[in-house]
Design a protein around this ligand. Structure first.
Ligand code: FAD
Length: 474
């Protein structure tokens, strides 16, 4: 009899889970399977929006696994202690997991593999979080792509990994319930659940599938046209599910091909698939630039003398800059744990080019607030906007926040949704309320400087200063 353990991390689902499917494929009559989750103290020192959301997803997964007859066990403590306890207490012969290719997870996986192997336990790990892993999409000469368009071309040509079917019957038969031996882990899990404060909605495997079906029924066909307008529900909202692994990105990819009617207009579908490729691209970039969390990828832009004014940073964080589209976006982030992509680009550009503040400060703030926080995509997005990353927005093409607002929220519907103080401001002034004459301000019950701030900076002037900063480093 062989006893296998499957380690769940950011792949909180039972369907199309490579490590789980493989462990079951290797299972023979009489073999046993133990599902577990490791509560690492370092991961939970600060409890932010994404912790609330992640542990809600975990709770939903735990329930689902219980219903499927395969309970989740919890281990806790530093990695080596926790794994030693698991292996000794349960008598594990093999550990299975879906590996990380970047950041903390990557380092942890290497440590676990080394340690667990030293205890004479076999380790099997798989690529699962992405359609193509960091080493799969290569140039002719074997190097990796730094520019997205040729990467995408190659990405599209490669055969795609198949859905990993999980045998539910076998799972039920092989799964063990030894939770009574892992009391410490159980109580660490109960403590985590106690800490959850906010409810961001849309949690777990069933919600992920329902949302995907809804998107594929209709919205995907016009995704290319509607995705840039934050007042419209034009995007899939899959990021939180992909982040927690409530759904597999392979399933998303294959479901598109199974369900979408390719006789209809396909630009939306093509654009959507290329967004999934961006996710793989940034994972690859972070893999090959492991310092990108702290350091500009383009070396010559390291050491830019950023502005350190903490008050200015606070005003950006709180959505009090006097630029309505920026403020509405920041309030959406603060209140809902998510921000529309067009606005992530706009607020990141605003922080780095209009306020001349360090992109790392923005990256860290998103880390605190986003429920879909994914280090590779977030660092990629921030370094793109700051013009310091691979294939970034050129430093001389500075976003004009007012033009962005006029173009992508023409009627000010999004602005008014998140900034109630501007509800009665006429359309003519909604993108630049400070231009309202005093009598209009009175009519709109919005006095500039009291109810809504004056613009924090002069965009035209700051644009020139930003360009100069970069020129000085070029
Ligand atoms: C400054 C900045 C920070 C970002 N931080 C994150 C982050 O922490 N986590 C995150 O998942 N995405 C991040 N993005 C990418 C993007 O904004 C979100 O993935 C998207 O808004 C999520 O909403 P959605 O699921 O409706 O996206 P859709 O438009 O429906 O896209 C579908 C999926 O494709 C992927 N995707 C889309 N755009 C990108 C992109 N530019 N880069 C990488 N993957 C993409 C996501 O997985 C997304 O769920 C960031 C972008 C910027 C500019």
């Amino acid at each position: 009899m062989t006893k296998r353990a499957v380690w769940f991390r950011r792949d909180l689902r039972l369907q199309d889970n490579t490590a789980l499917a493989k462990a079951l494929e290797h299972t023979k009559d009489g073999d046993e399977l133990l599902l577990f989750f490791h509560i690492h103290p370092a991961l939970n020192e600060s409890f932010t929006a994404r912790h609330d959301y992640f542990f809600q997803t975990l709770a939903s997964f735990v329930e689902k696994a219980e219903d499927a007859g395969a309970p989740v066990h919890f281990i806790t403590g530093d990695t080596e202690d926790a794994f030693e306890n698991l292996i000794e207490t349960a008598g594990i012969d093999m550990v299975y997991f879906n590996r990380d290719e970047t950041g903390f997870g990557y380092e942890r996986d290497k440590q676990v593999e080394k340690y667990v192997t030293s205890l004479d336990v076999d380790v099997y790990h798989y690529l699962d979080h992405h359609i193509h892993g960091a080493d799969e999409v290569k140039k002719q000469d074997g190097g990796f792509y730094k520019v997205f368009t040729p990467y995408l071309k190659k990405w599209k040509q490669l055969p795609k990994p198949a859905v990993q079917k999980v045998d539910d019957e076998l799972l039920k038969k092989a799964a063990v319930d030894e939770r009574a031996s892992f009391k410490e882990g159980e109580s660490a899990y109960a403590d985590l659940l106690e800490k959850i404060e906010a409810d961001f909605g849309g949690v777990g495997e069933a919600d992920a599938w329902a949302r995907l079906e809804q998107f594929l029924d209709a919205d995907i066909y016009d995704y290319d046209e509607r995705r840039d307008f934050p007042a419209v529900d034009g995007t899939s909202l899959m990021s939180r599910y992909l982040r927690t692994g409530a759904i597999s990105v392979r399933s998303v990819y294959h479901q598109i091909h199974d369900q979408v009617d390719f006789r209809k207009k396909t630009e939306g579908v093509e654009t959507y698939i290329s967004e999934l490729a961006w996710r793989d691209f940034y994972n690859m970039i972070y893999h090959f630039y492991p310092n990108a969390h702290d350091e500009e990828v383009v070396e010559k832009y390291q050491g830019i003398p950023w502005n350190n004014d903490e008050d200015v940073l606070e005003r950006w964080k709180e959505g009090r800059t006097g630029f309505p589209i920026i403020d509405a976006a920041m309030r959406q982030l603060n209140e809902s744990g998510w921000m529309h992509n067009r606005l992530r680009m706009a607020v990141a550009s605003f922080l780095t080019k209009d306020l001349l503040m360090d992109w790392r400060k923005g990256e860290r703030y998103f880390q605190e607030k986003l429920v879909d926080y994914d280090p590779a995509s977030n660092i990629g997005g921030w370094q793109w906007a700051a013009s310091t990353g691979t294939d970034p927005v050129p430093y001389f093409r500075v976003f004009n926040p007012t033009r962005q607002s006029e173009r992508f929220d023409p009627h000010g519907r999004f602005i008014k949704e998140w900034l109630p103080e501007l509800r009665d401001v006429p359309k003519k002034y909604i993108h630049e309320p400070a231009k309202m004459p005093e009598n209009e301000q009175e009519k709109a019950k919005c006095m500039i400087g009291e109810d809504y701030p004056e613009p924090l900076v002069d965009h035209k002037r700051m644009r020139e200063r930003a360009i100069q900063l970069f020129k000085d480093k070029s």
